[in-house]
Every structure is written in C-alpha cells, then in structure tokens.
Design a binder for this molecule. Structure first.
Ligand SMILES: NC(=O)c1ccc[n+]([C@@H]2O[C@H](COP(=O)([O-])OP(=O)(O)OC[C@H]3O[C@@H](n4cnc5c(N)ncnc54)[C@H](OP(=O)(O)O)[C@@H]3O)[C@@H](O)[C@H]2O)c1
Length: 248
C-alpha cells in the first residue's frame, strides 16, 4: 500500500527536497504550501520528473484556520496519512542583538515556529493516531554558544524543542500511538541562510536525505531531538538490521 506523507513548507529548501526524494521512493506526498502559485511551480518541477504521486495542500502557519481546514481535508481524502513533517520555519534577522528585536519581530517567529507547529500537532494527531503515525519536526540545536546565536530563531526553536519533548513524553505516558520528535539536519545551504556555504554546511540534497531517512525508519524516537550523527548511525543500524538475516 502506498504510504502518505504531508510536508509543510514543501515548495522550496529542505521541504521541497524531502518531498522530491520521498516521491521518488514511492511515497504519496502532500506538499503543504502557504502560497498556491509558488506551490504550483514546485508541483510542476516534480511533475516534470514524471512524479504524479504529489498534490498541493494549502497550509499557512500564520493562519491557524488553514491548518484546521487542511486536517479536515486530509481526514476525508487521505485518512491513511502516515507521517507529517513539520518543516516550515523562519529564522528572522539572524544578526540582530537581542534587545534590538522588537516584540513584533519575536512574536512573528513564535507564531510560525511554535504556535503553527503546535497547531499542526494538535490537528493531525487524531488522524495519525489511527495509523500509528509520526510527526517529524525539523529543528536546530538550542545549546547556547558564541558562534551561532540568532536571538529570535534560537528563542523560538528552544520553545519548539521543549514542546516536542513535553508532547512526546505525554504521548508515551498516555499510550498515544503517535511519535512526536525533532530532527536537526545540521547547516543546510538554503534561502533561510542566504545560501551560506563552507565546510560545516550541507547541500539541500543531504538535508532532504536526513529527513527522508527518519520518515522511512522504523525506530521509536518518541519525544527525542535527534541530530545528524544520530540519523547517520540510525541509517547504519537500518542497513545492519536489513543485512543481519543474511549473515545467520
Ligand atoms: N537551512 C538550515 O541550515 C536549517 C538547519 C536546521 C534546521 N532548519 C529548519 O528546516 C526548516 C526548513 O528550512 P529551509 O532552510 O528549507 O528554509 P527555506 O528555504 O527558507 O524554506 C522555508 C519554507 O517554509 C515555508 N514557510 C515560511 N513561513 C511559512 C508559513 N507561515 N506557513 C507555511 N510555510 C511557511 C516557506 O514558504 P514560502 O516559499 O511561501 O516562503 C518555505 O517553503 C526550517 O524549520 C528551519 O528552521 C534549517
């Protein structure tokens, strides 16, 4: 049976590349986009590669009604949805010092990175619960250091990481069969960082591959935030578990 995944912010960057790879792997992909025109351009790129197992769904994390409408649509047309990738996110001004931020700028980041993601989890858990599904949240490490310190981005993603751990823990304790966890793809060259490059940066293909790996794997990551190294060793374990029977 074809497995179905919904990815937010799927028209460009890591979200688009994850959609691209999963569609090639045979998943039916719902491309969550906030702007239908930009979504159609992304859809056309996938269609041009003969991928017809893709469709658009309108989701704007700044407009919570679109999330409820999307969940209602999925409930009726794709009740077998298996995975949600909470990918859409914004970084805001990454250079400003903390007190140069206005409350409005901080609020804009919290709305998308925290409240929008929270509403996605709330609205899609009842659907995924029936399918023992998972919600993969794309995030960043939030340990404070002197090198990577974008104030609004880190503040909002810290709240997201806490939210992921608390919801995952609650689901575990209450036996709710939906995994909620975070994945840190590492630095990925995209629009979000003005296409930053360098030895510590990864290509968008590598970023998409990290997310696609956790969408596909069968491990339980409930409430965890896993980083690139975790995913890489997970990939090795995945391969190991596949080859093990042939060794016996
Ligand atoms: N790039 C990195 O180094 C990196 C590292 C770790 C984690 N991440 C995380 O990975 C995720 C994707 O990042 P990216 O680098 O691919 O960013 P990106 O290239 O800037 O793409 C962001 C995507 O999110 C969408 N989006 C923005 N605001 C939205 C909203 N209100 N509602 C719905 N969609 C919205 C954008 O849609 P539009 O085209 O309509 O604006 C776009 O599709 C983010 O959560 C980011 O924090 C990125």
């Amino acid at each position: 049976m074809t497995k179905k995944v919904l990815i937010t912010g799927a028209n460009r960057g890591i979200g688009f590349e994850t959609a691209h790879q999963l569609a090639h792997q045979g998943w039916y992909v719902l491309l969550g986009v906030r702007n239908i025109q930009r979504g159609q351009a992304a859809l056309a790129k996938l269609n041009a590669e003969n991928l017809s197992n893709v469709e658009l769904i309108h989701i704007d994390l700044n407009d919570l009604d679109t999330i409820a409408e999307a969940a209602n649509d999925v409930k009726h047309h794709h009740p077998d949805l298996k995975v949600v990738v909470n990918n859409a996110g914004i970084a805001g001004d990454m250079d400003k010092r903390p007190l140069d931020f206005s409350v409005k700028e901080l609020d804009d980041l919290m709305k998308v990175n925290v409240e929008g993601n929270f509403e996605m989890i709330k609205q899609f858990t009842p659907i995924l619960q029936k399918n023992h599904g998972k919600i993969v949240c794309v995030t960043i490490p939030t340990i404070i250091n002197n090198f990577f310190k974008p104030f609004g981005y880190l503040t909002s993603k810290s709240a997201l990481n806490t939210l992921i751990k608390l919801i995952g823990n609650d689901f575990k304790q209450n036996h709710i069969p939906v995994q909620v966890f975070g994945v840190i793809p590492g630095g990925v060259t995209t629009d979000l960082n003005d296409h930053m490059s360098g030895w510590m940066m990864h290509s968008v293909e590598e970023g998409g591959q990290i997310i696609a790996t956790v969408v596909n794997d069968s491990h339980n990551h409930q409430g965890k935030i896993i980083n690139r190294m975790g995913v890489v060793s997970l990939g090795a374990k995945h391969v190991w578990s596949k080859i093990k029977p042939h060794r016996n």
